[in-house]
Ligand binder design. Sequence first.
Ligand SMILES: *Cc1c(COP(=O)(O)O)cnc(C)c1O
Length: 372
Amino acid sequence: MDLTREIPEINLNPIQRGGILTPEARQALIEWGDGYSVCDFCGGRLDLIQKPNIQEFIYKELPAFLGCDVARTTNGAREGIFTIMHFLKKEGKGKYALVDGNAHYTTKIAAELAGLELKFVENSGAPEYKINVEGYRKFIEEEIPAVVVLTYPDGSYGNFADAKKLAKICKEYKVPFAINGAYSVGRCPINMNEIGADFIIGSGHKSMAASGPIGVIGMTKEYADKLLKISALAKNKEVCLLGCSSRGATLLTMMASFPAVKERVKHWDKEIEKARRFSAEMESLGFKQLGEKPHSHDLMSFETPILYEISEKHKKKGFFLYQALKERGIGGIKPGKTKAIKISTYQLADEELAKVIGAFREIIGENRGLLE
Ligand SMILES: *Cc1c(COP(=O)(O)O)cnc(C)c1O
């Protein structure tokens, strides 16, 4: 069995750009790769382990970073969303989750597993697909939901809806509000208390340079007291985390990358500038950026009708693009995709982005003959 991996020189895949390990995390992966490696000095609670200092990470570093009162790690963002939904379903104050129309599929499955129905606040449609948070109000007035969720930003277009305004609406109706920050926590500055949310969710392998699977949840003290209930059956174990969540290399890679992650979010303005420049250059090639404009996130979706036209006549069909990019050291666009593509510019150097633009220009140029 060949278990080697092809790693492109430049990887444009949005789900992977924020999860590339720092050298420190790569080292930690080897050091802590053995099963249950973190348990050497465990006194019964993962989050209280002091060697390595998980306690300081979970009780000090993480809440400060998320802008929340209490934080925990989970096995992923989806597990975090599920944990929160499951708790709120049991609270019994509502029977459905009210989410934005750009929500990730895992939000839907989490609700499904938690036994919550779903209602969606639709986006504005093409080309911007924006969420107007005023749209939440109508649903809440009809029936109080168990939880309101905002995907911030969403993983299809990279749109940031007005989270602060939604927090105010939720406070007005006393509805718990969860921010899904899978694409923001670890990439850009984000602060749960400043927004006014009750919960925040992040993904370590998506946006915090961790190997994973690992996620983080943050919450207010009020919710923490109830959500993090101690088991009646197993001494000191937190029931909602099934006793222990992320354990071993998943957590230690996150901790190893954390200083670099704290630093990188400070340079978010540069990332936005870069994304906007890239978008403008893609549009000059005849592509069309979807989602908010000007854009404020590294994840961007482009309609690429020229590439689709080429694919209809090319002997490799839709796979020509993947192949042509691969020959140029560029990966991360799904094989076969040509109509619309998703790209992240996160942490790519200007020269690398220039190379990507150059590659698209060349690919269109060399297939010009197919476009007549
Ligand atoms: C990727 C993603 C998730 C799932 O993250 P995991 O950590 O893999 O569970 C959830 N929500 C959004 C918006 C995402 O982009």
